[in-house]
Design a protein around this ligand. Structure first.
Ligand code: FES
Ligand code: FE2
Length: 353
């Protein structure tokens, strides 16, 4: 897990970008249940109170350090197993039974949200920014299924760039199209890369389906917080949407989850069609994931010699390096004295962005 630059936030195994991170599927946390989770090196208890709201709270009771996931959900609060102190959904102590009154102590809680069938936690010091979403579906009501969960032997930032590594679409995935990306800042924490080429006229497959669409095949990525990527893929008449949401685990490795999404379609047949489309979307995702399986077990990422085809990768590295970084496990802000000193790899073959 070699970092491109020791000062780089990109591909740094001791830090991550402040943002929203996935935890568990919503359906795995029923009302009144609590679970222990470890997220980005920090231990939490996560529970669903009676109002259905998910609460994420630091794991250890301020009395004597018992893990709160051993305790019981009561209303929208949680009662510690050990000596029965109770904390409300803001982490404030509201009951110490042995004293008959609360003590002025509290535990840190974290913002949570639910989207695409997943519970997300805002890991950050500041107020939460936008939850990751597929830009094309921002206003749409969606159907979704959770796809594969996976672990890779490289940093999440490195895994994400696979989707904008224009060069490897031919060499690894035999894609008959040349892909050239145009990047845009979508929000302060998100960047999009969209294919601008039509191409593919020498492919029988593309020629076959060409009458069905006019413009270039849509292939666009939106990267959120350097950890979640939403892919929009397909010709005009049918777009597939795949979310790759990643988080760093011990040793700078990656644990990830795919989420397949499609806009809701009306009626029973709309529902049936969507099941089929989500299945198809999963096959598309699997096809691309499969080709790269081995390389991410062994890669020591270091983009020493970028070429023109690596331009989008360099732009993504720059984008990540300008995000806010937090420290693994403590979640404290990492202070970089001079962000301008964070440079992308030096182009040895005269290629600059
Ligand atoms: S350790 Fe939690 S109440 Fe004592
Ligand atoms: Fe790939």
């Amino acid at each position: 897990m070699v970092s491109t630059n020791p000062q780089s936030k990109f591909n740094n195994p001791t830090q991550f970008i402040e943002g929203w991170y996935w935890t568990l599927p919503s359906k795995k946390l029923k009302i009144g249940k609590v679970k222990a989770i470890t997220l980005l090196g920090r231990n939490l208890a996560i529970y669903r109170g009676v109002s259905s709201q998910v609460v994420a709270i630091d794991a250890y009771c301020p009395h004597m350090g018992a893990h709160l996931a051993e305790g019981k959900v009561e209303g929208d609060g949680i009662r510690c197993f050990f000596h029965n102190w109770k904390y409300d959904s803001r982490g404030i102590c509201v009951d110490v039974p042995s004293l008959g009154k609360p003590l002025p102590v509290c535990i840190k809680t974290w913002h949570t949200a639910e989207k695409y069938g997943m519970i997300w936690i805002w890991v950050g010091q500041e107020k939460p920014s936008l939850l990751p979403f597929v830009p094309e579906l921002e206003q749409a009501d969606c159907d979704y299924i959770l796809g594969t969960k996976f672990v890779k032997n490289c940093h999440p930032n490195v895994l994400l760039i696979n989707a904008i590594d224009a060069h490897h679409f031919n060499t690894v995935h035999n894609l008959p199209l040349e892909i050239i990306f145009d990047s845009q800042n979508f929000s302060p924490n998100a960047i999009t890369f969209s294919n601008t080429t039509r191409g593919g006229d020498d492919s029988w497959l593309i020629r076959l389906i060409r009458p069905l669409y006019r413009n270039e095949v849509t292939y666009s990525m939106c990267y959120w917080y350097g950890s979640t990527g939403t892919v929009t893929l397909g010709p005009d008449f049918l777009h597939f949407y795949i979310i790759f949401t990643l988080r760093m685990i011990e040793g700078g490795k990656t644990e990830g989850q795919t989420i397949l999404v499609t806009p809701k379609r009306p009626g029973f047949w709309g529902w049936v069609l969507n099941r089929g489309l989500l299945w198809l979307t999963q096959q598309v995702g699997n096809y691309f994931a499969k080709g790269d399986t081995q390389v991410f077990q062994t890669i020591q990422f270091d983009l020493k010699t970028p070429t023109k085809a690596d331009q989008s990768i360099l732009e993504f590295i720059q984008h990540v390096n300008h995000q806010k970084a937090l420290t693994w496990a403590t979640w404290d802000t990492v202070n970089y004295p001079n962000i301008q000193t964070l440079s992308t790899p030096s182009p040895e073959h005269g290629f600059k962005i």
